[in-house]
Design a protein around this ligand. Structure first.
Ligand code: SER
Length: 864
């Protein structure tokens, strides 16, 4: 049975049991700082388990994209080496939110596996948590499993947790024996032998793990199940490897072609590449970009690991982007986002692979050197760090290469080297609030954080709960006009006033669906009565609205001017400016920027009224609405339409008509990462002020030049040319006149211990000229020591010369400049007859020249 059919059968079956299908969440978690990537189907329901959100349906099912390469669930080390672990996989799941519980979950899982999919019962095993008598009995009651095939295990195997904190509970797993000889099974193999694969995990969510490690009971009991599609497909297709199923074999076939190495010849490398290409395609399609931190670094690590596996098969050129098509062909129907973003994914992979390719060979050479010089079996942490720091080899890549040579890596040493570097480069650490550390005082009950800020800027509200400590106060209201930071738009500021207190709100953030108003007391230090008035800073919000709508206009204009490959890769809507990161592979030219600006301003001048409607996600997508990376969309979405121009899904706050933006001006265009550009722009009064300031600057130049605007560039160019010419002439003149100048310098020379010492400050336009003057002084001196100083490009420089007879006696210019140079606060060096030194502060030159006499005297004394 094809994998796509297994997926369909799963949905048909659970649909019959009253489950509504929900979309796979984006791989990038929204509002969940505990998680780098979505790692289980239940992640998107965390708020429901914790009662922060209300479920729309009590029974749901989905097929979730998951990545397990970080945090509590990390399978990377197994990937490629075994046949059934992946960095990216699909998890089929069914959920009950306080509805059915263990009995139905067990019964239906068994029915689907044995009746619908026809798995052999005498290869299946069930496991339950050691004290879960109920689940143990239910297996024997509601299914016809052989009772001996129900086993008990401890916390490690049968208590499931999504991360260090969060919803969790005892679980019951279904394992399948994949060995050839079915009679060779025994209970001992389950959870120990790789012949028994875990296919499905039924979690009975009833607890929440807090950050101090304690477990609390949840108010309701829920079911959360997850079954790996790849493994079920392997079993159903009679394969002992996921890579032999229809989910992987076309990708591997594409690899065999481009790498010209048959699968059988390098199983590990082929498997790892196929796995990694899927992970990269899906994560980049969901908005991840390779970078040096967070999830971007995970993508970078995976990409580099895959690239090196390619190199280990002799492939010199980048090849990974070329494999994306095979992934899209296989998965595009089930996950249209990978088809939509196909070109983008390929571009990102290509750019990243190309840049790694540049250091890959040198890194591999360095690795060979490390191995050749190695005593013992462990690569030292600082060697691994050097590979990381200089050649871009992520630690796991070094570990992987070491493993291929039966070597270890001192990862603690690596961490220490990394920590040391971080310490060195530590800039001001940003203060982040850890929500789990807040101690709430509850003042009223009921739902919270109904957002009224689209219509109102001030509202009477009730405090649901608040937290206060020495540094801040955090308030949650029943309803609020304060927008919580989301979708790139910053949180609102304002005030919350009540009986005996006033709070200045400095930021508003979202935690699940709750808006946390964070601020300081202006008056009072506690809240006794829940009634308050909450008002936002309307003026600030006004600027944010302008910038947000302008962001939509910019997004569309970028696509129009630069092309459809442009994707939003991040944005920030701030009161003072807007920032927009986009995928584009070269610098945006000035004429393109101008066209973009013009298009946005045309829309502003049209003064179109914004149409903001709430509709179903599917309808919105059908209408061609733009959905942005990193956003979590419910079934109902808010669609912002600027008629005839742009249509985007967005929860942000916008102007009523485009004309309200006033004016739009791009202030900056720069590179952010390979294939990603950043645009910064201003609107409204901010844009007017910006232009006025620029005008003022231009006016000042124009009046100095006494010309028209159009002539400025030409005039400045002419001035620069003229200056260059004059400098050249000066230099020539100085060198030809240098005879006289040097004669007078020598005339003023002192005798120190019988040696002629000439010291002076001269003018020189560059180091070459200074050296030349030094040489000439040396010639003219016949016998003696000379020191000439000059300020070149605002920096002090000296040249020191010693004639050959004195060099022969042991006086060396390079020794002298070291000491004189240290007076300049810098260093120096050169030869015995001529050496130079430099510093940073031009004011130090005179002092250094004054001291040079003494230094030379000391030196001569020492030599004699
Ligand atoms: N959350 C459980 C798991 O990931 C079941 O879905 O295994």
């Amino acid at each position: 049975m094809k994998a796509s059919e297994i997926r369909n059968r799963f949905f048909e079956f659970f649909g019959e049991q009253g489950h509504s299908r929900v979309r796979s969440a984006s791989l990038i978690p929204v509002d969940d700082p505990t998680l780098l990537f979505i790692n289980a189907g239940m992640n998107q329901f965390k708020g429901i388990f914790l009662e922060k959100e209300q479920p729309k349906h009590l029974r749901v099912m989905n097929s979730q994209k998951c990545i397990r390469v970080s945090g509590k669930h990390n399978d990377l080390e197994e990937v490629g080496y075994d046949t059934y672990h992946h960095t990216f996989f699909e998890m089929l799941g069914n959920w009950s939110f306080g509805d059915y519980y263990k009995a139905e979950a067990i019964e239906w899982a068994w029915e689907l596996f044995t009746d619908v999919l026809g798995l052999e019962k005498d290869r299946l095993w069930a496991t339950v948590y050691e004290d879960d008598d109920e689940a143990d009995e239910l297996w024997k009651e509601v299914t016809d499993i052989t009772p001996e095939r129900v086993l008990r295990f401890g916390k490690k195997d049968n208590f499931w947790e999504m991360g260090e904190t969060g919803p969790c509970g005892p679980c019951s797993e279904i394992h399948y024996f994949v060995g050839d000889d079915a009679s060779a099974q025994s209970a001992d193999g389950v959870n120990t032998s790789d012949q028994y694969w875990e296919l499905w995990n039924l979690v009975f969510i009833q607890n929440n793990r807090l950050s101090d490690g304690t477990l609390e009971d949840l108010p309701k009991k829920h079911v959360d199940t997850g079954a790996g599609l790849e493994r079920i497909a392997a079993v159903m297709q009679g394969k002992s490897s996921n890579y032999d199923t229809d989910l992987f074999s076309p990708i591997i076939a594409a690899q065999e072609k481009v790498l010209s190495v048959p699968y059988e010849e390098n199983l590990v490398a082929h498997r790892a590449i196929a796995d990694h290409v899927r992970m990269l395609t899906f994560s980049i399609a969901d908005g991840v970009l390779p970078s040096n931190e967070g999830r971007g670094y995970v993508a970078r690590r995976i990409l580099r690991r895959a690239a090196r596996f390619g190199r280990s098969m002799g492939r010199e050129e980048p090849f990974l982007a070329g494999l994306v098509d095979s992934v899209v062909e296989l998965m595009g129907d089930a996950y249209p986002e990978v088809s939509d973003k196909q070109a983008h994914v390929k571009n990102v992979i290509e750019a990243e692979e190309e840049s790694f390719n540049e250091t890959l060979d040198r890194g591999l050479e360095q690795f060979e050197r490390i191995v050749a010089e190695l005593e013992g079996k462990t690569i030292p942490g600082d060697s691994a760090f050097k590979l990381y720091d200089t050649f871009g080899f992520p630690l796991d890549l070094t570990v992987q290469m070491a493993r291929e040579r039966q070597l270890d890596v001192d990862t603690d040493g690596f961490d220490a080297a990394m920590a040391h570097q971080r310490e060195k480069g530590r800039s001001e650490g940003k203060f982040k609030m850890d929500v789990s550390e807040l101690h709430w005082t509850t003042l009223s009950d009921g739902d919270d954080s109904q957002f009224v800020g689209y219509e109102e800027s001030k509202t009477e509200a009730s405090v649901r709960r608040f937290h206060a400590d020495d540094d801040r106060v955090v308030v949650v209201l029943d309803k609020t006009p304060f927008y919580g930071e989301q979708g790139g738009q910053v949180g609102d500021r304002g005030t919350i006033c009540g009986d005996g207190f006033e709070i200045v709100v400095t930021n508003t953030v979202k935690e699940g669906e709750s808006h946390l108003h964070i601020g300081e007391w202006r008056e009072g230090d506690t809240i006794a009565l829940p009634q308050v008035t909450a008002s936002i800073d309307k003026n600030r919000r006004g600027k944010i609205r302008k910038n947000h709508t302008a962001t939509h206009l910019l997004h569309k204009a970028l696509k129009e001017v630069l092309g459809d490959h442009v994707q939003q890769a991040g944005s920030l809507v701030h009161p003072d400016y807007l920032r927009f990161d986009l995928t584009h592979y070269q610098k945006i030219r000035p004429d393109e920027l101008r066209a973009i600006e013009k298009m946005v301003n045309e829309q502003i001048l049209l003064n179109t009224e914004l149409d903001i409607t709430v509709k179903s996600f599917d309808d919105a997508k059908k209408e061609g609405a733009e959905a942005i990376f990193e956003e979590k969309y419910g079934d109902e979405v808010r669609v912002i339409t600027i008629d005839g121009f742009s249509k985007e899904l967005c929860g942000g706050t916008h102007v009523d008509r485009t004309g309200d933006i006033g004016f739009f001006k791009i202030t900056e265009e720069s590179a952010l990462a390979a294939g990603v550009r950043r645009i910064v722009a201003v609107t409204g009064q901010g844009a007017v002020d910006y232009v006025a300031d620029r005008f003022e600057a231009v006016d000042a130049v124009r009046s100095l030049l006494n010309c028209s605007d159009a002539e400025i560039a030409e005039r400045v160019e002419a001035l620069i040319d003229q200056r260059k010419k004059i400098e050249k002439e000066l230099k020539q003149r100085r060198t030809s006149d240098s005879g006289d100048e040097l004669t007078s310098i020598i005339g003023a020379a002192r005798e120190i211990g019988g040696v002629t010492v000439a010291i002076d400050q001269i003018q020189a336009s560059d180091g070459e000229e200074l050296k030349l003057m030094g040489d000439r002084l040396r010639e003219k001196l016949k016998s003696g020591v000379g020191v000439l100083g000059a300020v070149i490009n605002d920096r002090p420089s000296i040249v020191c010369v010693v004639t050959d007879d004195l060099v022969a006696e042991g006086t060396k210019a390079n020794d002298l400049v070291k000491t004189i140079g240290s007076e300049l606060g810098g260093g120096g060096g050169g030869k015995a007859h001529l050496a130079i030194a430099g510093g940073k502060d031009p004011a130090k030159l005179t002092e250094a020249l004054d001291k040079a006499g003494e230094i030379i005297a000391e030196k001569l004394k020492g030599d004699s």
